[in-house]
Design a protein around this ligand. Structure first.
Ligand code: SF4
Length: 95
């Protein structure tokens, strides 16, 4: 259960990234990318909306790789969104 006083939060759906910074675990050989189950991610977004979260920072890995899977769910709620992209994916379809 998400607490009621959270107004801003970060949300990571997948650790997959299209670049490999030296300091990041994503650059390690044999690194196994983790992706949340889609129904679970959708439920968390609904829980955040129910808890009056107003702003979400989409981060962890490259958020644009899988943003299309969750975009419809984001649009159902009045969130302000910050997308921390590495600029190597096409954001035009989300604008
Ligand atoms: S951009 Fe971020 S997630 Fe991707 S490799 Fe660099 S530090 Fe890791």
């Amino acid at each position: 259960m998400i607490m009621n006083h959270i107004r801003k939060t970060a949300f990571g759906y997948s650790t997959q990234c299209n670049i490999k910074c030296e300091h990041c675990v994503a650059a390690e050989d044999g690194y196994h990318h983790i992706k949340m189950e889609l129904p679970r991610a959708r439920a968390i977004i609904d829980e955040m909306a129910a808890a009056n979260v107003r702003a979400i920072s989409f981060t962890v890995g490259e958020p644009l790789i899988f943003l299309n899977e969750l975009f419809e769910k984001y649009e159902q709620h009045p969130f302000f969104g910050l997308i921390k992209t590495k600029g190597l994916s096409n954001i035009a379809s989300f604008i």
